[in-house]
Design a protein around this ligand. Sequence first.
Ligand SMILES: C[S@@+](CC[C@H](N)C(=O)[O-])C[C@H]1O[C@@H](n2cnc3c(N)ncnc32)[C@H](O)[C@@H]1O
Length: 312
Amino acid sequence: MNITDQHHLKGNLLESKQITADTLGEGKLIEGDVLSILGKIDNDVVNVGMTSPPYNKQEKHKGWLVKNVVYDVYKDALPEPEYQQNQVNVLNEIYRVTAPGGSFFYNHKIRWDRGNMYHPMDWLRKTEWTVKQEIIWDRMIAGNIRGWRFWQVEERIYWLYKPIGKKLIGKELRSCDAKLTSIWRGVPEDGRKNRHPAPFPLWLPARVIISILESETQGIVLDPYIGSGTTAVAAKLLGHKYIGIDRSEAYIEMTCERLNNAPGEMSKIREEQGLHHVKGTFKERKTKGKHVGKYRDTDNESKIAQPTLFEQ
Ligand SMILES: C[S@@+](CC[C@H](N)C(=O)[O-])C[C@H]1O[C@@H](n2cnc3c(N)ncnc32)[C@H](O)[C@@H]1O
């Protein structure tokens, strides 16, 4: 199959490792099961990725989240050990297709089943990735239907790193990112604006891409559970190439439509770019004593919408 001119590909027609940096064009959206499609991508192609997999919510439970988050062609209910092993396999394939020095941001959350806690680190430590940081995504909003625990309004984002050789630490962030903390506060996407049941807000993949990739060099961005295409839209608007995978044809079509209208979402990208604004280097900031103190980023507070759920 000649894939050079095509954008939406049926994964079952592709050969092993057929997706390479040279055949990507602006980007590719590939329909099919994530593990099998990752096998169609060549080694070391991707520079940065971000994703939110299905959370194995077990549809028999009757939570607010479960009732509203129902996917098109996928029943999110595997036995937990099978789910975790599948995630290890997927993450190791993402590791293979990522270039050394590349990063992957994995969004998940702490879950409980009849009192047992499932923490994403339970399976992340079984993968080949170096876990560089755990970021708290304070969504500030979530259903609060039972009182077994304090109201869980946060999710987690794991910054995973593929080292070059044996140097696990990698390189420093650029100093323009110095005001971004390990708590990312921002409400999820407004469900009335996106027909997908669990879309990212655009600022989330935009923050990752801006922080990791140089704007002057075109990179390759992967989201292996692309859904409504938010990561691909962020990559495109920031001048990078993308690879998106989803088993739902309808979601891939949604992504194509969104990519066609992407310029209409540029203002949200500009807002995020405005948060990466620090001028001095880390060293200069340290010399001037600007690297410590109470964290207060007034720019950030004014730009991100505040929730209404906490109001009485
Ligand atoms: C949490 S959603 C991702 C939403 C996305 N971040 C966005 O901004 O719209 C997870 C997606 O994974 C897809 N999916 C679930 N299982 C899959 C599999 N085995 N292979 C490929 N895609 C899968 C679902 O169809 C769904 O669109």
